[in-house]
Write a protein that binds this ligand. Structure first.
Ligand SMILES: NC(=O)c1ccc[n+]([C@@H]2O[C@H](COP(=O)([O-])OP(=O)(O)OC[C@H]3O[C@@H](n4cnc5c(N)ncnc54)[C@H](OP(=O)(O)O)[C@@H]3O)[C@@H](O)[C@H]2O)c1
Length: 301
């Protein structure tokens, strides 16, 4: 297959490498020309464009079997979210209109679920986030699902939890930097997934998911903040982070508390996680940090 990964970054690079290994012809799209060597090293052919500027897309080849959109707004604010996700998606769809791919995978986020009561959340659960950024993602999903309903646009939507893996993971990084705080009694649930499983699930979706499907992409063990930090403190021989009192939800991100379920992913796609929980994934990452001398064993003692 001829595959295009739009926003070929943290998830896109191992995804592209996995597709290359399977014999596919893979292109990766980024804004920065400096990304070209990184892409080439993974066997991915680089393309430069900015999906928020449709005129930069016009010169690119348009015949693709598979398109994956893993563009991220990074740490940007609400305008960056609107541009990268909503306008970026509209621009890509307009660009692909004449020659739609056979499959289009979009990495949305579990941020579309606004639940705050610790309830279990399936793909059919309401998507009414309080956070403005979450509402942008809901709107982006709506645009894609409408295109599927009206024109059979072959989209698969993945609602991805907090990604961790080599060098990444919000809570883990906070813990390592001694900047973590336990909110209240630490009862809020964290939903996570390893980068390599996100890449593996995208491959599975390209190969066998039905168009119009929506999947939660989260590992087997949503965990309370307290238990997560407790495991880290035990494993690394460090103190628990201090309790930081109640945290006010900020208007941008909101503060949700929910247990996101992955049953559909496992039952329909038969996906088997490489890292079923953060314990397996972080054990490998901690080993990597130790072996490369990046873990300060005296910190936090
Ligand atoms: N990180 C998480 O915890 C999390 C949680 C839920 C969902 N997700 C979603 O999962 C997906 C993959 O995340 P990731 O961590 O792999 O993302 P990432 O590496 O932060 O970003 C992907 C790439 O997008 C490119 N990009 C950004 N804006 C672009 C634009 N306007 N046009 C073209 N390329 C652009 C960036 O490269 P250049 O700067 O070179 O363009 C970057 O390398 C994203 O869609 C993200 O929203 C992430």
């Amino acid at each position: 297959m001829r595959a295009l990964i739009v926003g070929c970054g943290y998830v896109g690079l191992p995804l592209g490498a996995a597709l290359v290994k399977k014999g596919h012809e893979v292109f990766g799209l980024r804004r920065s020309p400096s990304a070209a060597s990184e892409l080439k090293n993974a066997g991915i052919q680089p393309l430069m464009a900015d999906i928020t500027c449709p005129e930069t897309l016009t010169a690119l080849p348009r015949s693709w079997d598979w398109v994956v959109n893993t563009v991220s707004a990074g740490g940007g604010g609400l305008p960056a979210y609107r541009q990268a996700y909503l306008e970026g998606t509209r621009n890509l769809m307009a660009w692909l209109k004449e020659q739609p791919p056979k499959k289009y995978v979009y990495t949305s986020s579990t941020g579309v679920y606004g639940q705050t009561d610790g309830s279990a959340v399936k793909e059919e659960s309401p998507t009414v986030p309080a956070a403005e950024t979450g509402r942008v993602l809901v709107e982006t999903e709506r645009v894609l699902i409408q295109a599927f309903r009206e024109h059979r646009f072959p989209v698969v939507i993945l609602r991805v939890a907090g990604i961790y893996g080599p060098g990444r993971g919000h809570w883990f990084q906070q813990f390592l930097k001694n900047e973590a705080r336990i909110e209240g009694r630490g009862e809020r649930l964290l939903n996570m997934v390893h980068r390599d499983d996100v890449a593996g699930i995208i491959v599975e979706c390209l190969e066998s998911a039905h168009s119009g499907s929506v999947y939660n992409v989260v590992d087997d063990e949503p965990i309370t903040q307290w238990r997560y930090f407790h495991w880290l403190a035990d494993t690394l021989g460090r103190h628990l982070p201090p309790a930081g009192g109640e945290v006010e939800p900020d208007r941008k991100r909101g503060l949700t508390n929910k247990k996101v379920l992955n049953r559909r992913l496992k039952m329909e796609l038969g996906y088997q996680f490489k890292y079923p929980t953060f314990r397996e994934g972080l054990t490998v990452e901690i080993q990597r940090l130790e072996e490369t001398g990046q873990l300060d064993s005296s910190a936090g003692e």
